[in-house]
Ligand binder design. Structure first.
Ligand code: AMP
Length: 170
């Protein structure tokens, strides 16, 4: 977990490669579907282009389908799910561990400016930050309560962040 630009995808890819795991990235699944010219594609596209979260039930169903069809006995790394407590109520993948990559708003803006994705305009970044910070709080409290949350300083270099994550991987 982490705000946009916190390094979620970068670190998830590193973990996936090193430990030969499967990776499930909700942003990519949704982006692919959003390019389709049907009702679902238009609904997803509308939410993504306005920086809002895609409907909880829609996302939960897509993620459940992916996880259940992944032929990956070694396990999987999830990037971008859940983004709200309600999503967990629709589908809970029962994580062993959750990493939260902590970064400042300033870092988010700097990193996303460099990345330059279509939803990385200053206005949309601000909006996504507001949306996600609100939801994150409840999720972080929950993962902390069940004892699986690891807080990582996402301001460090890519390599240092990965080292810290690795310390928690058995
Ligand atoms: P990301 O690539 O993780 O930054 O996600 C990009 C966009 O995809 C977000 O701004 C949301 O619109 C959408 N999205 C990604 N993950 C989720 C999720 N779990 N629930 C709802 N919307 C999501």
């Amino acid at each position: 977990m982490g705000l946009p630009g916190s390094g979620k995808t970068t670190q998830a890819l590193k973990l996936t490669e090193k430990h030969k795991l499967c990776m499930v990235k909700t942003g990519s699944i949704l982006r692919e579907l959003s390019s389709k010219d049907d009702a679902l594609g238009r609904e997803i596209s509308k939410a993504m282009l306005s920086g809002d979260l895609v409907d909880n039930e829609v996302v939960a169903k897509l993620v459940k389908k992916q996880v259940e069809h992944l032929d990956c006995e070694g396990g999987f790394v999830m990037d971008g799910y859940p983004r709200s407590i309600e999503q967990l109520e629709y589908f809970d993948p029962e994580y062993e561990i959750v990493f939260y990559l902590h970064v400042s708003d300033k870092t988010v803006h700097e990193r996303l400016k460099k990345r330059g994705r279509v939803d990385d305009t200053p206005e949309l970044i601000e909006h996504r930050l507001r949306v996600q910070k609100g939801e994150n709080k409840f999720l972080l409290d929950y993962f902390k309560k069940i004892g699986i949350l690891v807080d990582i300083d996402g301001e460090m270099s890519e390599e240092r962040v990965f080292e810290q994550i690795e310390e928690h991987i058995i």
